[in-house]
Design a protein around this ligand. Structure first.
Ligand code: AP5
Length: 211
């Protein structure tokens, strides 16, 4: 099995690129953010707990997130590839991920670090719109006045895409997630991608990396 980790700050384009890569390869896109948002919408026990942390822009406790990832590795063991998006998010999660992978015999092939200037991150996050029905992501700059998704669903702003929470998410990224760059560089797994360009150019660069 191929295992790719899509890494980068909030708004870097991890979800956008993971989706394109999944469509092109048949690999499964595993977004811990999407899994948590589904649990929040379904008002499950852990969804209700996660909601509190997500609405503040903080990381959901490791035991909750690690449990969902462990479950995915078990249920998707037959997949040809997995693309993790938003996990791991701190050093403890990375160490726990290594243990889970060692137990299943799967190895990380590559950690793709999408590097984007902070001013662009803010613009991307505040302008993001998501379809309430199918979760497709858009940006106001590319909507040309359209108010609906191609599926007909309403386009809404994510609850955590407001200035105050974005600031906190970026702070959490610098303090807790960015140190993983060193962790994965040390393991020889990190590949840097310039994420400041167009979606298409970044997707081509990632495709080239994957080979
Ligand atoms: P999560 O959903 O993972 O959010 P995030 O990391 O903050 O990342 P985003 O989804 O905001 O950004 P993205 O990089 O995917 O960008 P996108 O492609 O959408 O996590 C949310 C919350 O869940 C966390 O705060 C935490 O509470 C919790 N959580 C999740 N995982 C966790 C974990 N492992 N542990 C603990 N807690 C966890 O693009 C953004 C916008 O830019 C879009 O509008 C898009 O159209 C546009 N865009 C993308 N690329 C380009 C480009 N090249 N040019 C122009 N526009 C672009």
């Amino acid at each position: 099995m191929t295992l790719v980790v899509m890494f980068g700050p909030p708004g870097a384009g991890k979800g956008t690129q993971a989706k394109i890569l999944a469509e092109g390869t048949g690999y499964l896109h595993v977004s811990t953010g999407d899994i948590l948002r589904e649990a929040v919408a379904a008002e499950t026990e852990f969804g209700l707990l996660a909601k509190e942390y997500m609405s503040r822009g903080e990381l959901v406790p490791d035991n909750i997130v690690n449990g969902t990832v462990k479950e995915k590795l078990k249920t998707e063991a037959e997949a040809s590839g997995l693309i993790f998006d938003g996990f791991p998010r701190n050093c403890d999660q990375a160490v726990e991920f290594d243990k889970m992978l060692a137990a299943t015999g799967i190895k990380i092939d590559m950690v793709i670090n999408i590097d984007v200037e902070t001013s662009l991150l803010l613009r991307r996050l505040t302008g993001r719109r998501v379809c309430r029905t199918c979760q497709t992501t858009y940006h106001v700059d590319n909507l040309a006045g359209k108010e609906k998704c191609v599926c007909g669903g309403d386009l809404v702003q994510r609850r955590d895409d407001n200035a105050e929470v974005i600031e906190q998410r970026l702070k959490v990224y610098v303090e807790q997630t960015e140190p993983l760059i060193k962790y994965y560089t040390g393991k020889g797994l990190l590949k840097n991608i310039d994420g400041n360009g167009s979606v298409g150019n970044i997707a081509s660069a990632i495709k080239e990396l994957i080979g």
